[in-house]
Design a protein around this ligand. Sequence first.
Ligand code: SF4
Length: 435
Amino acid sequence: MNTPSSLQGKCAVYFTLGCKLNFAETSTIARQLAEAGVRKARTGEVADICVINTCSVTEVADHKCRQAIHKLVRQHPGACLVVTGCYAQLKPEEVAAIPGVSLVLSQNEKGVIVEKISEAAAGSPPEPVQLAGGESSVFVPSCSCGDRTRYFLKVQDGCNYFCTYCTIPFARGRSRNGSIASLVAQAKQAAAEGGREIVLTGVNIGDFGRTTGESFLDLLRALDEVDGIERYRISSIEPNLLTDEVIAFCAQSRAFMPHFHIPLQSGSDEVLRLMHRRYDTALFYNKVSRVRAYMPDAFIGVDVIVGTRGETAELYDEAERFIESLPVSQLHVFSYSERPGTAALRIPHIVRPEEKHERSQRLLAISDRKLYAFYEQFIGTTRPVLLEHSRAKDLYNGFTDNYIKVEYRGTGSDNTILPLRLTGWNEKKNALIAE
Ligand code: SF4
């Protein structure tokens, strides 16, 4: 058995595709390997170890993963190439068959990732890969600094919902979570390291508590008490799990920002039914209205999928009218992609690619208008901005409490929060200028 000390002195590159959860988990892997003596490879340096954390949300995502693997194999000949994440979990044999792949890690193996990589890097034959459909049941904690100012705290993993178009429950397993005590401890550690903002990540965050019997609301209450953390954001929450109590708590909390990301997926009740979503448009509208009533300045981002099976032209038009009527700030538009093994494949009506493209363009145009109108109303107001990414002298980027992207030229320092006046547009960057 090779010990992690066999990694001492090696260098690694990391590549992540997909969601914030994946980025958080890659940062955690990088930190664990750094503790075992693995440094990050310098630009242009051939690495000893490549770690690629994959996504499988669409067919395009699978393709991008394969491309990324091929590229890393070319750029780092002879490296120990480790593939993990949803694509690796769902299609381990396909991934293992790609020339140059040394190790395919399942979700459950993330808890012993350093040992596995150590064995593979030392040339031991890789363990047999886990077959598709294998159940992930371990909650592997992860709290990592995504950039200089923002931490990503994984509070939950997996999903029990099985929406008809989605493969995530197959890839990530059933819903599970860390305990409130352990998550508070991680938040305190992030504060001790200088973190000011934490984004709560997970697959179905509002379903928090399956493992421990605790409630999501109690988690928010406990995190709000952590000294030093001045901002929390909830990365995304299902509308049926965004309870009135959670909304009311965020509105009067010390540190939860007026910022929500709520997946709608379709503005047609019939399509929502085909998707096996657990709400209808009336519930969604009610939740958005309640957020607006409690936090009139809140940024509300909404995910929408176009071109799912069963979305006829009439149902799309109905959906578009509903989406247009929502008092939200931005849409995140995705085109439906056929995923093997999903129940959606049994729905007969298939949307042609050109129709999908056209619907996507229409919703993106609505999103642009909504984002413009949302930003515009804050010109002339002063909002707290967390300064980050100083790229040039005296130039900062940042986000307001309500998630307006700003550019600030002036005195300040990274990772500080300043009250800044929003004066106008930087159209090129889709940001507001702050003074
Ligand atoms: S809630 Fe639905 S779309 Fe979201 S991860 Fe679970 S199954 Fe997939």
